[in-house]
Design a protein. Sequence first.
Length: 609
Amino acid sequence: MCGIVGYSGSEQAALILLEGLKRLEYRGYDSAGVSVYSGGRLNVVKAEGRLQVLSDLIGGGAAVPGTTGIGHTRWATHGKPSDINSHPHTSNSGRIAIVHNGIIENYLKLKEMLISKGVEFHSETDTEVVAQLIDYFYSGNLLEAVHKAIDRLKGSYALGIMSSDCPDTIIAVRKDSPLIVAMSETGNFIASDVTAVLKYTRDVIYMDDGEYAVVTSDGVKIYDGFLAEKTKPVSYVDWDVSAAEKGGYAHFMYKEIMEQADVIKKTVMPRIKDGRVWLENIRLDAAFAKKISKIYIVACGSSYHVGMVAKYNLEKLVRKPVEIALASEFRYASPILDENTMVLCISQSGTTADTIAALREAKRLGAYVLSIVNVVGSTIAKESDDVIYTWAGPEIAVATTKAYSTQLAVTYLLGIYLADCCETIDEAEHARLVAEMLTIPEKIERILSEKEHIQYLASLYFNNEDIFFIGRNIDYALSLEGSLKLKEISYIHSDAYAAGELKHGTISLVEDGTLVIAVATYHNLIEKTISNIVEVKSREAKVLSITTETDKALVRQVSDNIIVVPDISDMFLPSLAVVPLQLFAYYVALLRGCDIDKPRNLAKSVTVE
């Protein structure tokens, strides 16, 4: 949930660190800091607040000389946001400085041990314990001291470590938190995400759990958990640099909403050959697909909402039982799995801590794990039996949009593929679904072309403090995502309910002027959804409905305002209807003056439980 960047080379480090941290600020933005070696010591500058506060403090980096340094942007876990709790943290001697992403679960026990040895602590963080512990073990060999300290740690971590005794060296190590190493002609890097280094290089090494990297101005060496040197492949990042920039848009979220038609094409088109779905390079074949007795879908947040849509579609297409589980609950529910169980993990980052833990539990119990992931080389991608990448490119805004849409698209591909393997659809249905799926991008473009209407509707309702979303079947799953988007970035209290459950308590909250957003795209249940709309209208609610061309005349009669999306097969409706929900949330947040890309208390990649 924090961003790490480090550099050792021939250029001024602080300038590069600030540039990298700017690219990583989506990972945390309640404080930031840098440590740069200069004048025989580690010079640490850190500040509470956004990265700009730190940048102003050090003159955009110019005030901090030196060519080797580490930087950090924080999302607080242990200790409130403050200058003292900001990273980098140093040991009492000033000899060791570290930056950390993750949580050290046994930090209190280690802290007590160090205090008993006379070590004095200054912050409330778990990270300071690591700095003090490394210094405690240090006797001239930094890598060995780090290794001894790591052996005592329990939890998750990506660490960047410097010592004043090693002027041009950064040591990096990871467990369950993302970390990459990158190489360029003018120096070498560590970072939480490739976006931090794309301006300087495209050559990266994806570190695995338990590996150590020693990064100097001259090169990079990788060591295994026994400190034996090893060779790792260098990957070339082929993202366009502009994909990680705003490109003239006011916000990353708006840019990423507008990119959705294009990224869905990139996700789907390479997987359609001769009119059929082809999922190459996965072991899931027809023989195993037929043996699958049950499918679990495990995810968090918006990915969980993708899983809800997938449950409806997979059960309809493949005729196998599908259970959807929150990753944070999965391990503790004593799931019943065996070798014929398929567990589908969905994660944008591939580093979501709860989803990683669920994946490992599924593997321990003998299940087959297939993951849908955006980030190549991430922990979830590496530990799964198979992975299908979404190819959404970098998503910078904290509130997901294009990653959600590409995850949906992959679940459609997977559903059709499994149905084909299991012979639960015929050739004609396969062809029809593929043809319909290929129309999604063009229909999204049509919706985006009418964004001014959605902006106008946002201007009518942005002052509401309580908003309810209702829907049935896939519309209910979509209501959950629409509600989440709104609350994430506008801070309006918002909840989503299955429309048929209104009379079981929720309708007591509906009163004169309450805004109810009715997602009414699922034609098979449109009459029942209209009845639910009438129920809230009779309590003087204001109703904004999202519906299709087919049903717009009926829905308009019972709504104050409507948004219309093009007709498409039921299973693909969420890909269209989510776009106006995203735009509505965006425009409401804009009108309320919220920080859209960096909503309070949230971070992009949730790497802690």
